[in-house]
Write a protein that binds this ligand. Structure first.
Ligand SMILES: *Cc1c(COP(=O)(O)O)cnc(C)c1O
Length: 346
């Protein structure tokens, strides 16, 4: 994971590169990710929510920690007390933070989020214009960065990026001078124009491919293995699993493991997914149950109860599992369940 961070920082021209920790470190464990990145020298972190930030604040002393989802009325004092920087994305949020600064009697740090096309969070062009007309609106606010977020950085050939970069440049000229933050994981690979004073990669830290290239420059981070509970004989013509969606075409041997959709292992993998054993692909047969899934091991008589099958990892890439599930690799990772025994390696 820290190796991926170093790779991303190098791809960002050695410029400052944050670590995005939202969604429990994309399902892998935010606390472990925060500590490892901090030890590697990362000094800027993002979560989505204040609560996520509070859970890691003590682990990353001295580092900037910002909550992307913005400021809600009533949580300003918690932001101040715990040194969590809000990412302000509307005039209303700016007013809340300025009022908090006035109450506190000192300047308070914030990031300003400008919307340049995603239409999700962030200041609209008219709001940026209002700030340009009345800089007093930002009184008491120490703008650490002006940032925006790319719509489709994972599709490098689209013309949309240049428009966003241009709108971002215009907004930055209207706002008080401040460092800029632009690229997410995939944005780092869009080239020089998308480098900034602070990149904000999340996905690629955790092994998701940030390039359109099939060869992933990132190292896989999560590996999911599960033990075979039973190996059962299923006669030709008999079915496996709920609703009998798979029938054995021949006398078969079926390995059952204790991983199901309650573990975030998508039900959409029913009759489509696979496990891997010693580099061999074992097709997932029947429906994924809540707590169980089944694999055809007919051609691999050596597989026995207690053996470990890989469900995600070097042999079962996130990209492959996501494609089979009709999901995004982000979903596969962030849904990794709470029942797994987790072992972290730096
Ligand atoms: C999630 C997020 C990121 C990180 O995006 P990845 O594609 O996971 O690298 C960066 N910036 C913002 C505003 C985000 O919401």
């Amino acid at each position: 994971m820290t190796e991926n961070w170093r790779t991303l920082k190098a791809a960002h021209g050695g410029r400052p590169t944050a670590g995005v920790l939202k969604a429990d470190g994309y399902g892998t464990g935010a606390a472990q990710a925060a500590a490892a990145l901090h030890a590697a020298g990362c000094r800027h972190f993002f979560t989505a929510h204040l609560a996520e930030a509070l859970a890691v604040r003590a682990l990353i002393p001295g580092a900037m920690l910002a909550a992307l989802n913005g400021l809600l009325p009533g949580i300003e004092a918690d932001h101040v007390a715990h040194d969590v920087v809000p990412v302000l994305g509307s005039l209303a949020e700016i007013r809340l933070w300025a009022a908090q600064a006035a109450r506190t009697g000192k300047k308070l740090p914030a990031l300003l989020h400008v919307d340049t096309g995603l239409a999700r969070l962030g200041l609209e062009a008219s709001e940026v214009a209002a700030l340009a007309d009345d800089p007093g609106l930002l009184a008491g606010i120490d703008v650490l960065y002006v940032m925006t977020h790319l719509v489709a950085a994972d599709e490098p050939d689209l013309p949309i990026h240049q428009g966003q970069a241009a709108r971002f440049a215009v907004a930055c000229q209207q706002l008080p001078p401040a460092p800029r933050s632009l690229a997410n994981s995939a944005g780092i690979f869009l080239g020089e124009a998308f480098r900034s004073d602070l990149a904000r990669p999340g996905a690629a830290l955790y092994g998701i491919n940030p390039t359109a290239d099939e060869n992933n420059p990132m190292r896989p981070v999560a590996r999911l293995t599960a033990r075979v509970l039973q190996v059962r004989a299923v006669a030709a013509g008999a079915s496996v699993g709920y609703n009998a969606t798979w029938h054995a075409g021949r006398d078969s041997r079926i390995a059952v493991v204790g991983v199901g959709y309650a573990d975030g292992f998508p039900r959409a993998l029913s009759n489509r997914g696979a496990a891997s054993f010693d580099g061999v692909r074992l097709p997932l047969v029947g429906r994924v149950s809540m707590d169980l899934s089944a694999y055809d091991v007919t051609d691999h008589p050596g597989i026995a109860p207690g053996d470990w099958l890989e469900l995600l990892g070097p042999q079962r890439s996130l990209a492959a599992v996501a494609a089979e599930a009709g999901a995004s690799p982000y979903e596969i990772l962030t849904r990794l369940g709470r029942r797994y025994a987790r072992v972290w390696h730096a």
